[in-house]
Structure formats: C-alpha cells, structure tokens
Ligand binder design. Structure first.
Ligand code: GLN
Length: 483
C-alpha cells in the first residue's frame, strides 16, 4: 500500500512511530500529484515550499500533527490565492486565515493546495470553474460532482489525505458520493464560516472530505466550535466526535423517507442504497418508514433563498476594493457593469439575476417571503421525523457521475442533482455521504453514495451510525485504477 493511500488516522500512526516523517509524507503527496493531477485537474495551485517549511517543524503529537490537507479555493488561507474558481478573484491573495484554517494549524495540520470548484460554489459538476474542469478519478470522461469537485477528486485519487469543502445545497455530499469518499456537512452553526467566501450565508457550512468516517470525526474535532468572528456559530460544547465510533447499532432507528424512494433514481443507485438499508437491518438497526411531506418544494425554495442571498453577497465584487477591475469605463455605473460582466461566468450571472428578481419590490412577498415560510415547513418535517427515528437514510445523489458536458446546457437538470441533499441545508441539520457500492456504467464502476441525515448537533451519533456500516463493508477500500 502506498503512503498516499493511507487514511489520516493511519498516517498519524506512521508519523508518531517515526516510521514516516511529515516531510516524507508531503514529498510522497507531491509526487503523487505530479503523477496523476495532469489527468484529474483537481489542484488550482500549491505552495510546496511553504508546506515544506511547515512540515519541517510539525509536531506529530498534535491531533492532526504533520497531516497535509487540501483546501477548497473558497476558504481563505493567509498569503495564498483564493479565487473561488472565478475570474473575478484572479490574482487575489487572502490577507488572513479563515477560522477553520487557524484551527487546523493549531491542531498541527498543514494546509496544502487550493482545489478546484464551481465558480463561487454554484454548480454540481465543477464545470462552472473559470480555470479547469476537474475529472472524476473513476472515469476521466465524467464530472467529479460539485461544487467541491476538486476536494472530492483529490481525496479519491490519493492526491490528498483529506480536504475541506463547503456545502450550501449538497456541495460536499454530492461530490463525495460521485467520487467514492466520505463527505460530511455539519449542522448549521457547528463550524465557523469566518473566512469562507459567502454564497448563501444561511445555508453555507464548511466540512471535511476524507477516506474514512473516523477521519471525518478527526477533522470535525479540529474545526468545530464557537467563534466570536461568526455570530451564527453556536456556543455548543464540542464533544470528541470519535467517542462513539465502534459502538453497536442496537436500538438505533433509521427512517426511510417515502418521498425519497419514488422512482426517478438511477436503478443501480436505488439498488445499492436498498442493499445498504438491508445491511443496516442485519447490523441490528430498525428501519422505519417516515414521510417528509414538503420534499417536493425543497429545490424550488432553495433556488429562491440561495439566489437571493447570493445576489446580496456578490454585490461586494464591484471592482472597487478587490478583485477584477475593468480596464476602461466612462463613469461609475459603467465601471460596475463592465467589471461584473467581465468577471463573472454565466451561472453566477444567472443566479444574481434570479436572486435580484425574487427580492425586488412587488415580488418579494410572492417569492422570497413565501419561500421562507416553506423553509420552516421543511424544517418541521425533519423535527417531526426525528421524534420517531435517530437518523434518516437515503441516496445522496439520484444518479452516478454524468459525462462532462452532458448537463451544461440544461440548468434545470443540473439543479436536480441536489434533490436529496438540499433540504438538509434548508433545515440546518447535519448529513454525511459514504460509499455504498458501484453502478456499472459503460463498463466502468462508478461510486454510489449513501446519505445519512442527523439531528442538529448530533454529529457524534451520525458518525457512529456511518462508521458501523463502513467497518462491516469493503466499499471504502476500493480505489480508482489511476496511476
Ligand atoms: N449544486 C447546488 C448549487 O448549485 C449546491 C451548491 C453548493 O452546495 N455550494 O447551488
């Protein structure tokens, strides 16, 4: 087994026993990236010398001591580029560390590399990046998912031990599912958003991409907790998220939402998820049918609320303080217009226009206000469900990875990629995707993801439930044949 295919926990064992040094781990990673990233295109930038300097003085006894971690290009790392996959922020260097980065560093980790994403985290395929299209390591002609497609692809291809991404409507869980790794979206308020470039502030959360559930818990341990710089981060104690790993599932009730199993899902995805549910029963969990009656409104509500918030958040990119600035403009209005016309890509413009429309006078009540009310109903669906069950089990994505270019001209079809993940963000609860099998498509195995949805701030239980499945199956050990 090569060094770069180790999980974070396995790497730590090697580092602490001095079998491997942090510098050797980083060198191994860099040569793996040099060997495979030409075909994956997961990294937008890396500062090897900087990481090397950190590796030389890493304290391997810290919780993540000496572990390099790839960072989605939407999270600020002081002194490094932060483009958000957009021309608008080309050449922009972050002047400070996001809180998650401060915390990773305090835990001994080494942020290494900026990974690709859909522009400003808007998309489900990584095709909206202004810089590159990342390829799925399982089939290079296919998308890795999005928007954190780079984070998922580099972990799956053993070009990173772990990565951070962000999830507004599914952007951690969906690419994790499509690339065959573990992706966790923490509860809203669990992880500070300070230093994360905002897309939709009431939905965004940062979370880990890892090879195993245990690693997910280890990273969550490091990045969670109240932060005075983010007033939406909650003052809830941070438990040890590894504490319940390995416990059995006796008495655990898992809810199968009727509305998530109604057809329309790829048959091989449906089968893999149903097999996983049967496996949970064999592990002692009780499966309960539940209903989330407002499911059908989730995508519509999301595309009103997320675009409304995005239109406000992206107003700051006006060519005055930072980012792209148009070369010539006769007056200030032309300056704003040309800067934004040149700096933003088509999908970002579509969202800003939609968001501005739903907030405009005369339409605000009909769209935005109504969407907020339905959001409350969606949240209540989950509250009611959690009176009967401990967690909810369903697919992460309705289909395996699709071909690059297949959905580019059809935004509606693209938006449906997140049909099973979006409600979790609207409700502010937590969700995890983990590998549960493969679909054979055109002779190639494509990973299928199982989604488990948990109650707010109950990540410990969610991770326990995920871990029990992972450890009694082999799916997480599979690796794409790329070298
Ligand atoms: N695919 C969804 C969108 O395009 C979700 C993106 C995300 O979670 N950042 O908005």
């Amino acid at each position: 087994m090569s060094l770069t295919s180790l999980s974070v926990a396995e790497l730590q064992t090697q580092l602490r026993s001095k079998a491997v040094s942090p510098v050797e781990a980083l060198e191994a990673l860099e040569s793996r990236i040099a060997a495979v990233d030409g075909s994956i295109c997961g990294y937008l930038a890396r500062d090897y010398q900087r990481a090397l300097a950190a590796a030389k003085c890493a304290d391997v006894n810290l919780p993540l001591g000496g572990v390099p971690i790839a960072i989605k290009d939407v999270i600020n790392v002081q002194g490094e580029q932060c483009t958000c996959g957009s021309k608008m922020l080309k050449g922009y260097t972050a002047p400070y560390d996001a809180t998650v980065i401060t915390r990773l560093k305090a835990a001994g980790a080494i942020p290494f590399g900026r990974v690709n994403m859909d522009e400003f985290a808007m998309g489900s395929s990584c095709e909206n990046s202004a810089y590159a299209i990342t390829h799925n390591p399982w089939d290079l002609s296919r998308i890795p998912g999005g928007s954190s497609g780079g984070s998922a692809a580099v972990v799956a291809a053993d070009e990173a031990f772990a990565a951070l991404g962000s999830d507004t409507g599914g952007s951690i869980r969906q690419p994790a599912a499509l690339c065959g790794c573990v992706g966790l979206k923490p509860s809203y308020g669990r992880v500070s958003r300070f230093g994360l470039v905002a897309f939709a502030s009431s939905l965004d959360q940062i979370g880990p991409f890892t090879k195993t559930v245990r690693d997910s818990a280890l990273l969550l341990n490091a990045i969670s907790g109240r932060d005075p710089m983010d007033s939406t981060s909650l003052d809830e104690p941070v438990p040890d998220y590894t504490a319940q790993l390995g416990r059995d599932l006796k008495g655990v009730r898992l809810g199968m939402p009727r509305e998530y199993f109604v057809g329309g899902t790829h048959p091989q995805v449906d089968k893999a998820v149903r097999d996983a549910i049967a496996h949970y029963e064999s592990l002692g969990a009780e499966i309960v049918e539940i209903s989330l009656p407002h499911t059908e409104y989730a995508v519509g509500v999301y595309y009103i609320i997320a675009t409304a918030e995005a239109s406000a958040n992206l107003a700051r990119f006006d060519g005055v303080r930072y980012g792209h600035r148009t070369a010539e403009a006769a007056n200030i209005l032309e300056h704003y217009g040309k800067t934004r016309e040149e700096g933003f890509g088509a999908e970002v413009k579509r969202r800003i226009i939609l968001g501005t429309y739903v907030l405009s006078s005369g339409y605000y009540d009909a769209y935005y206000l109504r969407a907020q009310k339905v959001r409350t109903l969606i949240r209540q669906d989950f509250t009611t469900a959690f009176e009967k069950v401990d967690a909810i089990i369903c697919p992460t994505s309705p289909e395996p990875a699709f071909k690059i270019g297949d959905r580019s001209d059809d935004p509606m079809r693209m938006y449906l990629a997140d049909i099973f993940t979006i409600a979790v963000n609207l409700a502010g609860i937590c969700g995890i995707s983990l590998p549960c099998g493969f679909a054979q498509v055109e002779g190639k195995p494509l990973p299928v993801g199982l989604q488990l949805i948990g109650q707010p701030f109950r990540e410990t239980e969610l991770l326990k439930i995920a871990h029990a499945y992972e450890q009694s199956t082999e799916w997480h050990k599979a690796r794409p044949a790329i070298s």
